[in-house]
Every structure is written in C-alpha cells, then in structure tokens.
Design a protein around this ligand. Structure first.
Ligand code: ATP
Ligand code: MG
Length: 462
C-alpha cells in the first residue's frame, strides 16, 4: 500500500484529503505545517508521496519542497495552491515538484494526478538525471546570421585560439560557448569550466582563477589549483569579462600570451593548455576608451569575435526554438505531448523579445505548466506577449543544431523511449501508458527513431 503525507494547516482540508485517499486504497499521514512534515518524513521511510498546501504559517509549501529536495530528492511532491498563484506553480515545477493542483480542486483530478504518478515515476527520475549536468542541451538555429556563426564555429572549433562572444542578455552567449566546447572536445570528455567574473569578489578572484601554494598567505594550508588549471585541456569560459577588475587583467593577458600561470606563492610558472572563451553584453571598445579595460587584453581576447544578434533580428529562429523548448519541458515535467497552435506561433514570431531567447524559453515553460489541453493557443500566452506588425516575414530553411556536451536531443528522446519499452518488455501500449502518451504517438516516435520493438533484446539478456 502506498503512503501519502498530507500537509495542510487547515484541519478541514486535511480531513477531506485523508478520506479521499484512504477510500481509494492509500494509507495517509498528516501534518499541520512544514516543520512537522519534515519530522514525519525523517521518521517514516514508507512515505511515497507528499501532497502539500502552499500557504501555511512558518514554512510554506515551496520552502518545504526545497527542504525535501535536499533530504530525499526522489520523493514526489504535489503542491496544492489557491487559484491565481501561477508564479508559484512555475516555481514549484522548477524546484522539482511533480505536479501542482489549484484550489478549489476537483477530487477526480487530484486522484488522477496521484494515481498516474506511480506509472512513470521511475522514468521521470531518469529524465531528471539526464537533465542534471546538461544545462544547455543544444544550440538550435535556422536564421542566416546564426548559420553563418555556426559555420565559423565549426571551422575554428578545433583550434585553441581565444574567442569573444558579445550580444544582448539572453541571446545565447553561454550556449554558444558550450557548443564551441563540444566541437572542441569531439569524442573526448574535456572540462568546461565557467566563471562569472563579477560574482567573485576582487580579493578572491585571483586565487579562484590562478590558484595558490600552501603557505602563500595565512589560511592557505594546502595547495589550491584554481579554475584555469581545472580547465586544463578543455575550455575556460569567462563570463561578463567586461567586469574583470583591472588588477587581474595583466595576469589574464600573461596567460593568453605565454600560456603560463603562476599561482600565488609559487616561483615556477606552470604551462597551461586551456582554450579561453570570453563573453559580455557590454561594449568593450567603450570600456577601453574609458580606461577600465586594457587595450592589449582586448586585442588578445578578440582573435575571433562573434556578435550574437538579438532574437528580433533573426525571427526565423523563434519557431524552432519554441518547439525545442516545448519538447524538452514536456519531457522534463513528464507531461503528455503539447503543440503550439499556428496563431500562437505567429504571435511569438512577431513579438520583439527584449529578453531574447531566455525570455522565449520562460514563456514556453510557463505555457507548458499552465495550459491544460494538448494545444497551446494564443489565449494561453502571457498578456504582455502581443502580436506586433510584421511585414515581409516568411521563415524558411532547415532547422539545424549543434549538440552541447556531445549529446543530442535525438539521443535523449530515444533513450527515454527505449527505457520505457524495455521496462514494459517491448509492449508498445504499456510503454505508451507509462510515458503518458497515446499509443499512436508512441508508434510515431518509435518510427521516427527507427526503433523496432520486436528487435529489442529479450529482457534480462545482454
Ligand atoms: N540557439 C539556442 N538554442 C537553444 N537554446 C538557446 C539558444 N540560445 C539561447 N538558448 C537558451 O536561452 C537561455 C539564455 O541563453 P544564454 O544563457 O546562453 O544567454 P546569454 O547570452 O549568456 O545571457 P546573459 O548575457 O544574460 O548571460 C539559456 O537557457 C539557453 O540555453
Ligand atoms: Mg550568460
């Protein structure tokens, strides 16, 4: 028998849920607040699911979810919250809640939500594991300017010269840095180390980057490698390079010119073979004029300079990006397939996207979480995404991508399909149920990936 922990400060609500679950074959435990809930979770290993209210005195439902993720990340969590707290729902899903239900709720819906959890929780955990460690999956594009960038990326991918990426916030500088790294490493598994320059205090940045020797200063009781050395052989991504303090700039210049570093307290320079990729949304030339960025360093980092156009200047990329994000969120959240209706897509294509691709990704995430049907329509888009006048826009051309971390979307979906089939001994209907999609969808996807269910190795065999 599965055990559900019900967390709610209202006694009434606790009772309603308790009766509902118990009359449907579940055992229950109840807690009036987050603190007592955590206590029960620690004591009762048999808890299979937590259903929690959002608004509670002391620790709210989101804080409880965060605590649970630290202790038992695999424990499924469903958040119940009053109507209108959309942001909360999105936040909860991002934090790893498996579902959320708005109040007042319908009993059928809550039972359905809970029952369907057991069908694919294992797969879902696998998906989560896949998502870990691959923050940026792939660089997707179709527009002529991005194609040109990709072509050059492929040409210079294997050489270790420094690269500078500039462009508005959210335009994809980091995802391009990762794509470049995946070309650089090819079949190998080389480190990609990133550092956000302004995020580290100036006094610590030098040792963070270049390391130190034991005894270099009070408190240095062991050698410390520093990010440059950790990135040895791979890529060092210096984000927001425009904010690199003047005091550190000569050391970076030296690394670029001599390919050596000297950790604090060391007397011998160390040879380094790391590719340096820098990014910024600031105007470096202007910083050079103002005297906050060294001219010699500027010339050195920009051997290859890519200017990433804002999304509104490459609208051809909007549709493939929207579809790509839609697919990944649907898989991540373990939902049924969703589609973007034509008019909704047209609106997305006409909008100006001041927050660029990041904003588009957030909008899609929100739509995926909030839309109830399988089709996302214009009315499901956030109110600030309005259709704007667009003359002469006809997207054309094939969608392309560069996979990040050497993995492909294709590979990921295929893996999920195969593991579902495997878990169901090759039975398509059962696997479809398990993934929460229709049998037809399943067949279509299998065909797309050329998977022949009959050709699977027998269960248990090698
Ligand atoms: N061409 C693309 N294909 C797939 N995903 C993309 C693409 N461009 C951007 N993204 C996604 O959009 C989000 C923002 O991109 P990214 O972090 O690379 O932007 P950025 O230019 O580094 O922004 P900032 O200047 O704010 O750091 C990320 O989640 C990234 O994965
Ligand atoms: Mg960035």
């Amino acid at each position: 028998m599965k055990t559900i922990l019900i967390v709610d400060d209202e006694l009434n609500m606790q009772t309603v849920l308790k009766i509902l679950f118990e009359s449907n074959g579940y055992a229950t435990l109840t807690a009036p607040d987050g603190v007592q809930a955590l206590d029960l979770i620690d004591k009762h290993q048999e808890i299979d699911l937590v259903v929690s209210d959002y608004k509670m005195p002391g620790m709210d439902g989101i804080a409880l979810l965060e605590e649970i993720k630290l202790r038992k990340p695999w424990l499924p969590f469903v958040l119940v919250s009053a109507y209108g707290t959309i942001e909360r729902a999105v936040e909860a899903m991002k934090l790893g809640a498996v579902d959320f239900i708005t109040k007042p709720f319908n009993k059928e819906l809550i039972l359905h939500t809970v029952n369907r959890l057991w069908q694919f929780d294992k797969l879902k955990r696998e998906n989560m594991a896949l998502r870990e460690g691959q923050k940026e999956l792939a660089l997707i594009f179709r527009s002529p300017p991005m194609r040109e960038i990709a072509e050059t990326l492929r040409k210079i991918g294997r050489i270790s010269s420094p690269v500078l990426l500039t462009g508005e916030s959210g335009s994809g500088k980091e995802v391009i840095a990762r794509a470049l790294h995946s070309i650089y490493q090819g079949e190998e598994d080389l480190p990609f180390i990133s550092i956000n320059c302004p995020a580290v205090p100036e006094s610590l940045l030098e040792s963070e980057l270049f390391g130190y020797k034991k005894g270099a200063f009070t408190g240095a009781d062991a050698d410390f490698e520093g990010k440059v050395r950790v990135a040895e052989g791979g890529t060092l991504f210096l984000d927001e390079i425009g904010d690199l303090p003047l005091s550190i700039q000569p050391k970076l210049l030296r690394l670029l010119e001599n390919k050596t570093i000297e950790p604090l307290g060391s007397t011998r320079p160390i040879k380094i073979r790391t590719r340096i990729v820098c990014a910024t949304n600031r105007n470096l030339e202007q910083l050079v004029e103002e005297g906050t960025f060294r001219r010699d360093l500027f010339y050195r980092i920009n051997t290859f300079h890519f200017v990433i156009p804002p999304l509104r200047k490459r609208r051809e990329d909007i549709a493939p990006l929207a579809e790509y994000f839609l697919d990944t969120f649907v898989v991540d959240f373990g939902l049924d397939e969703r589609y973007l209706a034509g008019p909704a897509l047209r609106t997305l294509e006409s909008y100006n996207w001041p927050g660029n691709v990041r904003e588009l990704k957030n909008v899609i995430e929100r739509c995926v979480v909030l839309s109830s049907g399988s089709i996302i329509e214009e009315k499901d888009l956030p109110p600030d995404i309005k259709k704007e006048d667009l003359t002469d826009f006809t997207p054309a051309g094939d969608v392309e991508f560069i996979a990040g971390n050497g993995r492909t979307l294709h590979g990921m979906e295929k893996k999920v399909l195969l593991s579902a089939l495997d878990a169901c001994d090759g039975n398509i209907s059962a696997a479809a149920r398990r993934l929460g999609v229709t049998r037809n969808t399943m067949r279509y996807r299998l065909k797309k990936y050329g998977i022949e269910p009959g050709a699977l190795p027998p269960p248990g065999g090698s």
